[in-house]
Write a protein that binds this ligand. Sequence first.
Ligand code: SF4
Length: 333
Amino acid sequence: MTVSKRIFNKPVVLISRCIGFDAVRYNGDMISSHEVEMMKPYVSFIPVCPEVEIGLGIPRDTIRIVRIDGDDHLIQPSTGVDLTDRMNTFCSSYLQNLPLVDGFLLKFRSPTSGISGVNIYATTEKSAAIGKGAGFFGRMVLDTFAGYPIEDEGRIRNTRVRDHFLTRIFMLSDLDNVLKNPSLTGLTRFHAQNKLALMAYSQATVKTLGNVAANRNNLSISEMIALYRRSLIEGTKNPARYTSHINVLHHAMGYFSDELSPDEKTFFLNSVEDYRNGNLPISALKKMLLIWIIKYTNTYLSSQTYFAPYPEPLMELDSSLIERGRDMYTGLE
Ligand code: SF4
């Protein structure tokens, strides 16, 4: 693999069916999501609507979470029907029978699919919420797949949240390939190519995964890769901190210490400080390094996923940072 030629697997992501797939919402609507549309060519989505799966129609009367004697129930206020058991039975059997998945993208604030911020009520009567939590399907996803990339369509609009999510699902998807044809060579190659990306998460993550890949416990190759996958999910669950990115950038520059002039080094290090102070995006620094990687043919760095964590068309910049706005000045000269 080289940075410019990285071939991406399609990560498998379970998604709420009403987000850009089918008009299955209670009112017969579908939610449109710019981010999901961008991902569609690069991601293998598994759409699911738990409310339709348990037999509720489209359209249907709304349902809500009602806390009774400390237990949450899923109730349809207009009919008084308690759907809790039906929903829990569906969720548990559906999630246990899923194929290998790399992430989840669920509907914001839904009493079924939401992962946070879902209203919880004390009664089926019109009233103010008494608390917030996750929906019934959402909470079972969070329990069963703890640590996995799990986001909702509201949070994913944030550039940093999206970057973290995309980085992880494409990393996991690469590892799934190794899992399909298990070999020590495949795992060693995966670990080597993700070294900088993992460093950006933490040195502890690099060390833990390195120990698994060294197979100190004499596991079978399949067990070892499965353990590596679990450790990778755990070790990357918190977003990479900017200070860790700075360590990685310094580390990468070190590969060119003999080639760069003092002025080039100073310029790069000052630019890293600009990034630290929030005045420069990290993409600008990665591009600078890429120029040197190409110019000095550094094969180790050119194999690092850190410089191409996911397909370029998904690296949409904040519109305030790009030049599309320049047309606003047409006619002012
Ligand atoms: S939020 Fe979940 S349950 Fe509600 S319509 Fe969308 S997919 Fe179905």
